[in-house]
Design a protein around this ligand. Structure first.
Ligand SMILES: NC(=O)c1ccc[n+]([C@@H]2O[C@H](COP(=O)([O-])OP(=O)(O)OC[C@H]3O[C@@H](n4cnc5c(N)ncnc54)[C@H](OP(=O)(O)O)[C@@H]3O)[C@@H](O)[C@H]2O)c1
Length: 315
């Protein structure tokens, strides 16, 4: 591992090009490390702040997903630096879970919805034209989107309430998180049906790493919320995990390796499947929740998000 400053990219021909978010911590850092062990990779990671530690050879470009202007600037920088070179793997893995739904993004949207969904929606819209034929787009979602697995999962898609919540208080942070992960999954599904995706033979995959310990996902939650989660992990989840394997906690290195393997095509979807869920560290291909599969709801999310990020007339 070494510290890198911003520098020019030498794009040798024959390298597979990876553009990634969420590669600086948690399971994404493990994915990035695994990708970096492959000799034919050229990787760009979007990350907040400066002086981020990444594997040797990985380029870091500034990206704060809490700002749509930053997402646009990142996409422009990626395009400029790539020139005519195409992206083989676009890995949209960054995500955050906050203690409540009271924080706002730079653009005035609820922060979880803005960072986890809107920013990635905009990024994939801006970078899709730069994808190489037969490339892969992987969007990290969560099985917390599914009411059959997580009681806090949304039963309806109330977009204005997600973007500008009127109900606040205890439990709203985790609910906002689950809803944002539903949006990630629905975005992936809508994307997979686009003509340009078929024309360029792109594979779109929504990845659920499953319940994974040892990451910093809930680091912005209050000490009280973190204590409740810790107690749940050591009591209720252990018991439920005896008959519901989705509640068995996995390790970040396993989840990260799986993410890298999915992006590289070493794990491939069976015919007609695009949602991969790690259960006891194994890739399974379940149905998303009924709401996640609802084509009308996907269409509404796509169109409303288009307005929210301001690309209605641009893309
Ligand atoms: N852990 C689980 O149990 C679990 C389960 C299902 C799904 N997931 C999903 O897996 C993905 C990775 O989660 P994790 O558990 O590995 O969490 P993590 O350790 O907190 O890593 C999150 C990553 O997202 C980046 N990020 C967060 N906010 C950002 C922003 N505003 N701008 C740019 N980057 C930002 C972080 O960057 P910094 O280094 O700057 O903070 C970090 O690289 C997330 O999408 C999460 O929803 C996790």
């Amino acid at each position: 591992m070494e510290r890198r400053n911003e520098q020019t990219i030498d794009f040798e021909t024959g390298k597979r090009v990876v553009v990634m978010t969420g590669g600086t911590a948690g399971l994404g850092a493990h994915a990035l490390n695994y990708l970096a062990t492959q000799s034919d990779m050229k990787m760009i990671v979007g990350a907040r702040g400066s002086g981020r530690t990444v594997p040797s050879g990985v380029e870091v470009l500034p990206l704060d997903l809490a700002s749509l202007a930053s997402v646009r600037a990142f996409a422009e920088m990626v395009k400029r630096w790539l020139g005519t070179i195409r992206i083989d793997m676009l890995i949209l893995n960054a995500g955050m879970q906050y203690g409540n739904n009271e924080r706002k993004s730079e653009d005035g949207y609820e922060l979880t919805f803005a960072v986890n969904h809107l920013a990635h929606y905009l990024l994939v819209r801006l970078l899709l034209p730069c994808m190489a034929d037969y490339g892969r787009v992987v969007i990290t979602t969560s099985d917390t989107h599914d009411p059959a697995i997580a009681p806090i999962a949304p039963k309806e898609l109330a977009l204005q309430e997600l973007a500008h919540p009127t109900k606040t208080g205890f439990g709203t942070g985790i609910r906002a998180y689950a809803a944002s992960k539903l949006c990630n999954l629905m975005t992936a599904q809508y994307l997979s049906k686009l003509k340009e995706v078929a024309d360029h033979h792109l594979t779109i995959i929504a990845f659920n790493p499953g319940f994974t310990g040892g990451t910093s996902l809930g680091r912005d939650s209050s000490p009280f919320s973190r204590m409740i989660v810790t107690v749940l992990i050591h009591t209720v989840f252990r018991l439920v995990g005896l008959f519901r394997p989705e509640y068995v906690m996995g390790k970040p290195d396993r989840a990260g390796k799986a993410l890298a393997e999915i992006a590289m095509g070493d794990i491939t979807p069976p015919e007609g499947r695009m949602y991969v869920s790690l259960v006891r560290s194994k890739a399974t291909w379940p149905d998303p929740s009924a709401l996640a599969q609802d084509g009308d709801a996907q269409e509404m999310l796509w169109r409303e998000s288009e307005w929210m990020v301001g690309i209605k007339k641009e893309v």
